[in-house]
Design a protein around this ligand. Sequence first.
Ligand code: BT5
Length: 260
Amino acid sequence: MPPMQTLWSLTTLHLGRTVRVYDALPSTNTLTLELAGDRANAGVALLARTQSAGRGQHGRSWQAPPESSVLLSVLLYPPAELRRPALVTGWAAVSVCETILKLANLQAKIKWPNDVLILGKKVCGILIEQRTVDSSLATVVGIGLNVSQSADMFAQAGLPDACSLAMMGAPPLDYETVAKTLLTELDTQYDALLQGDAHTLKTQWKWRLGLLGKQVHVESVHGDLFGRVLDMTFTGIDLETAPGEVRRILPETVLHITAT
Ligand code: BT5
């Protein structure tokens, strides 16, 4: 176990009551997954100043210079009705967007399934990993949110489509302040879900995705589909593929959706 630098204790309800802050980790998600075997760790959050092996999906890497970003993972054991990856990702993405609005007064958009963009550039990526522990599903929510990198830093890293809050005109922010605000937002939104209110999150998620009524190209594990988005929920996307013909698509089968 790498040496821990600090321990925070936020006055939240479900997550972030314990935040382990590390100077350096290979990956906050990897260490959080190791903690998932013990349910006493429910709600714990891990924050790193820097990662040596930050991970994206499908073996891709996440790059961030030290102290430039929020590099955060949270461990939860959601009840059965809150386990769907689409919902968990939507909850994290909406919480990131609301945090950005609060701290930087910027409107971010969600790019299906797990990116948050400002003016078309990626400011945040989300990595959800789930493991069965006894009979419950441990869910690790990893969030990388760029705070202070410059355009030059992204160009040098070969990431021309990335941005940070600073680049988009946010006031000076440090990654610790952003992490605390984000954890509080995640907690508030999670509490609403536990109280049975998934409607508010769904409405925010749909608006931030911006796909309702649009003609889209859906790339799914079953192949490509084209049509107009009639509705979106965490359990299905209704796509009008021809006049009067509506297909319901499982969100977890969808790799990308792009407006055409
Ligand atoms: C993601 O994957 O976007 C999820 C990234 C999750 C990172 C967090 S950091 C804390 C926690 N611990 C971890 O080890 N991971 C999580 P994906 O959709 O596969 O996107 C990865 C791609 O985003 C890379 O291949 C690059 O093209 C790009 N990328 C890498 N670093 C970036 C950055 N800082 N900002 C924007 N894009 C980046």
